[in-house]
Design a protein around this ligand. Structure first.
Ligand code: FAD
Length: 295
């Protein structure tokens, strides 16, 4: 199923993001995670693409596995910065052959070891145009409520986003954030620029202290005082920090849902137990159980 056909004004979508096993590991190591996540009845599951295409084949295989074993559509991430047209076409052909219908078209980060001319795929919008012209996938793109790290201003980043969406992006998934007000303000600015595609809000449950440090380095997202206090207070009690991090994510999601956000995209970090805890706490709000079942 195409994700563009799933958006519904009355109901927010819930999507779950996983990463595929590294090249050295067997693909089967992810199967148990997928089986558990599909039981949570997400609207779709997305599969990341390792930096520079390092998980190319597993991203394809895992995306294909998801929709073969369940009726949950998959969304395959694909980056373009370090690939040429021929390489991208091989991946796109393979995804099409395996029945994957949805692609998150990304530029990818600059590799630490340097960057070589890549035959015209400098921005995600170049990949979007290429897919649009040559294939029949539903195309998603990334967006950044606190601006992309490389961009000088949020204003400029939104102008660039407009170009990307006009190239053929049909929905957006946001970078994670911990302050919902930033997301609401961003959405207002995006809509004022006449960018009208649905936007799923990225939510990362904080499960441990090291994860927070790494995520901030990678994304540049800000930490509100409330979450800083939680980390400060519970940094030496892993169970307490996990519990508080999950409660924070649940509160964030309930607020996003009450504002009729188009969808919530949970960065699961391949942790079905934590994801299940979150979704079980919003069952009735999602409307996946009847009132009797919820009591
Ligand atoms: P773009 O949209 O191309 O933007 C990149 C930068 O270029 C921005 O600063 C933008 O403002 C600027 N820009 C865009 N167009 C123009 C233009 N025409 N002129 C001048 N400047 C321009 N990375 C992975 O490697 N694998 C993944 O699976 C993955 N999944 C992700 C999922 C989500 C939801 C998100 C938010 C990010 C993900 N990333 C992933 C990270 C992503 O690859 C990086 O953030 C990357 O640096 C930017 O990718 P993009 O597609 O947003 O790029």
């Amino acid at each position: 199923m195409y994700i563009r056909d799933m958006f519904d004004k009355e109901k927010s979508l819930i999507s779950l993001e996983i990463f595929p096993p590294k090249k050295e590991s067997k693909i089967e190591t992810i199967y148990d995670t997928i089986f558990k996540l599909k039981e949570l009845r997400p609207d779709f599951i997305s599969v990341t693409y390792g930096a520079g295409g390092s998980t190319k084949d597993t991203t394809i295989d895992v995306s294909s596995f998801i929709h073969r074993i369940s009726n949950v559509p998959s969304l395959a991430h694909l980056t373009c910065l370090t690939s040429n047209k021929e390489e991208l076409n091989i991946t796109l052909d393979s995804l099409h052959k395996q029945g994957v219908k949805n692609i998150l078209a990304l530029r990818g980060d600059y590799p630490l070891e340097g960057y070589h001319e890549n035959h015209g795929f400098k921005y995600a919008s170049d990949l979007v145009k290429h897919i649009k012209e040559n294939y029949d996938f539903c195309i998603g793109g990334a967006c950044y409520p606190e601006k992309h790290l490389e961009c000088e201003s949020l204003h400029q980043d939104i102008d660039n986003l407009k170009q990307k969406v006009d190239s053929g992006v049909e929905f957006l998934i946001s970078q994670l954030f911990f302050d919902n007000n930033l997301f609401y303000e961003y959405k207002d600015k995006v809509r004022k620029k006449n960018i009208n595609v649905p936007i799923l809000a990225g939510v990362l449950p904080i499960l441990n202290k090291n994860q927070v440090k790494r995520i901030i380095e990678l994304t540049g997202c800000s930490l509100p005082k409330k979450i800083k206090k939680i980390i400060e207070k519970y940094e030496h009690s892993p169970n307490a920090l996990r519990e508080a991090g999950l409660a924070y994510a649940i509160e964030q999601i309930i607020d996003l849902l009450s504002w009729d956000t188009d969808g919530i995209h949970i960065y699961t970090m391949n942790k079905p137990k934590a994801t299940s805890h979150i979704l079980n706490n919003i069952k009735a709000i999602r409307g996946v159980v009847c009132d009797e079942c919820a009591c």
